[in-house]
Design a binder for this molecule. Sequence first.
Ligand code: PA5
Length: 436
Amino acid sequence: MKLKKGSMSALSIETRFCHEWVSSEALEKLSGELQRAHTLIRDKTGAGNDFLGWVDLPADYPADQLALIKECAARIKKQAQVLVVIGIGGSHLGGEAGLQFCRGQNYNALATDTPEIYFVGHNLSASAWQEVARIIGQRDFAINVISKSGTTLEPALCFGYFQDLAQKKYGTTAAEHIYVTTDKASGLMKQQADERGWTTLVVPDDIGGRYSAFSPVGALVWEVAGISLDTVLAGANQARQDLADMSLANPTWVYAGTRFLLGQQGKVMELYASYEPRLSLLGRWWQQLFGESEGKDGRGLYPATIDLTQDLHSLGQYIQQGQRLMLETTLALEQPVADQTIVLDPLAAAKWPYLHDQTISFVNDHAMRATIAAHAAGGVPNILLTLARADEWHLGYIMYFFELACALSAYLLGVNPFDQPGVNAYKDRMMQSLAG
Ligand code: PA5
């Protein structure tokens, strides 16, 4: 099934390699439940319904925030050669995933007219902070610290370190280099920002961390890297319109329904597989989105990611012949990011004559199709999502697709997609332990 952007396909979903487990009749039977779940989102009547701001965000973006994001990005580009982005979980992954999706995994080495961007504050590693400080060296830098609650320990500690660096370097003008993305009214970070005069961008009240990529949380990073937020939002808005359809012609229904039925048949793990490095971090973002949204009350598929073909030479063995626990969702690109005609030494060319005049994308496509067929034959059902290409518009489209599919999936399972009570278990113990 294909969805259209003008005359071009934006996204298609193929479930042929699941048919041994999930028939179209079974999916048809589930459509009542899918309709119920989708209605909870549309009518805002489900658990956690005060966190549905992401649904219409691409269409109703607050004009003041849009203008502020662009203004801050322009200032950062002028004042800094390096941007340090501090955040964890939903306050980190969307921004970095979008940057890699649009600009590739070597953005920092290749960026010429935009600042280098480093992501820190998602661990408690002093060496990770110090390395970034060494990379900055004598160059000018700016800080974007992101925390909706304003009280998460990892980013708070990391921010203290970089704030101190900024203070030492810029003295009384340090505040001009600090941009805080946090709650509009409450939390420690908001209080600090008000007292110290830092520029503040707002995480909307009705959007939780893992659904916040389009808000200033991800958007400021993207604009600094020259990724047009307007274009990302246009793609997300097109997805919002396409995916409002309440039928099995909607690929979010097919995706959510198929993985739900596979879960009922004993699959406990879903692998996100990609064959293009710039789709890799999108998988980490997807992993957090689904893991925190579904994994509660003893339910949910465990989301894991694999980079292919790399992991075919490690985890591929387990996927093919280990415990039959998993399903696989492959995200492919219809149009490769770049292509390359194969060049081989004559001896090698003689061994693989069928590669003569072929391209790398041709081989990658064959590798993907062969892998999907092999894994399915080995007992791993495969859902294939094909996105037209990896650009700004399609970043908006695919992120919105996964957000909606995730909320639908959680409601199908009967859990609240928008809370994460389990995260507090480690936090409470860590704080008790620190306090002695
Ligand atoms: O999705 C979520 O809500 C979480 O992953 C949060 O984003 C994460 O815990 C960071 O929270 P905060 O932005 O409050 O620092």
